[in-house]
Ligand binder design. Sequence first.
Ligand code: GDP
Length: 534
Amino acid sequence: MSTELQAELQTAVERRRNFAIISHPDAGKTTLTEKLLLYGGAIHQAGSVKARRAQRHATSDWMEMEQQRGISITSTVLQFAYHGCQINLLDTPGHQDFSEDTYRTLAAADNAVMLIDAAKGLEPQTRKLFEVCRMRGLPIFTFINKLDRPGREPLDLLDEIEQELGLQTYAVNWPIGMGDRFKGVYDRRSQQVHLFERSAHGQREAIDTAVDLGDPRIEQLLEQSLYYQFKDDLELIEGLGPELDLDLVHRGKMTPVFFGSAMTNFGVELFLDAFLDYALKPGPHASSKGEIQPTYPEFSGFVFKLQANMDPKHRDRIAFVRVCSGRFEKDMTVSHARSGKTVRLSRPQKLFAQDREVIEEAYPGDVIGLNNPGVFAIGDTIYVGSKLEYEGIPCFSPEIFAYLKNPNPSKFKQFRKGVSELQEEGAVQIMYSADEAKRDPILAAVGQLQFEVVQFRMQNEYGVETQLELLPYSVARWVDGGWDALQKVGRLFNTVTAKDAWNRPVLLFRNEWNMNQVQADHPELQLNAIAPVV
Ligand code: GDP
């Protein structure tokens, strides 16, 4: 390999940090994202991402569904520069657009930021996304948000993370006051107290006065009661648990914790600075050829997300690829591992807050959007040089289920083709009842939006108007040991058995309670919320 390319790749990797935010709706993900962009200099006034989105809706000709729902189902990857680094923030769709893509995005992320509302603590969606991060061993950085409002005690929040997630915590900073009296944070890295002042509506960077711990001014700058409280807290945190261990952080066993308020920008910059220092850089990925280092000279990557739900006039389809090794160049010709075909990657795109821009090159840790002529499916590997294939992306427990029905027998063939193609592509999980008499495919999704996309595409791309019949299940579990293991336990109550696309048994339950009951009755049954990759 040319030493020039080697050096170029090395530099690119050193400079890159890639992460996704995991949170429950309303914790402040949009607000924090915007503030990160503000500090990254990518926007000059917070509020513009939302404003731009509103404008786009007014003028755009994206597909009706997107407009009808008034939400954006277009995913984004935000790239911005900060202190000489390239930061890639992968969007994890939430709210109504929560779908399997939200989980899959974590397959493309090197780090996760767990965003928590200080008043609420851990919430269901955060826990689920955390489980996926844990499975992947991702480093997790915790940002406890909304300190400008009354919330739970910091110690209580740390305790919850430790007890419920089994994750050691290390508070990198500590809040001084809370709610109306949230004055700033103590940064343990620099041993400085940062006192913040709000800028107008938090649209610009907060005014930050940093004072060394030994500086007598601290006493004057803080109200007396806050000062004494701070002294007490200081003693307490210094006595708290183990020291920061980056090795544990990188293995996803310890989380550095930050307190702040995204709305007023308090603590956002300190968080970003520490994140740059502590986060994992793009690393190796396991493949059929062994571990592939990002500095491996040939380009390779995998598809983690497909988007086919745009303007029908353009039939725009995009495959999002995480670059794993080498340098990606525009108009490059690559091999597609699954089909063995050769594909020319023209018009690669980088997405910034919904605006597309054609990119010339990309490096490990980056995400590129490729026009998808229908060859790509979730988990596919593309590469240059000798063949390699990355591990696929697993299936995640769906939470809503429905029979997909074709009321028009003359459309039988199109229906079957559509179902099989959408399933293969990974738009939705398709299961069938183990009861042979029930022949309709069961759509199994993580969010309602996936159903809508399937129905929309069945009509638009295959000309079949389908009907949905919702099923009363909300939990699916794959059985370790497959059909044999299932047969051994005998008859099960409060569950029905389905089979997935690989003919593996999946148990469907009405709710968690029923699942726990079955599990308690049959402790030998090993149930998994995440299906192994086939
Ligand atoms: P998302 O659903 O996680 O993207 O949350 P948003 O960023 O849309 O925020 C949800 C609500 O919380 C909005 O009304 C925000 O203005 C508010 N919010 C976000 N961050 C903060 C914060 O630091 N303090 C306060 N008081 N409100 C916040």
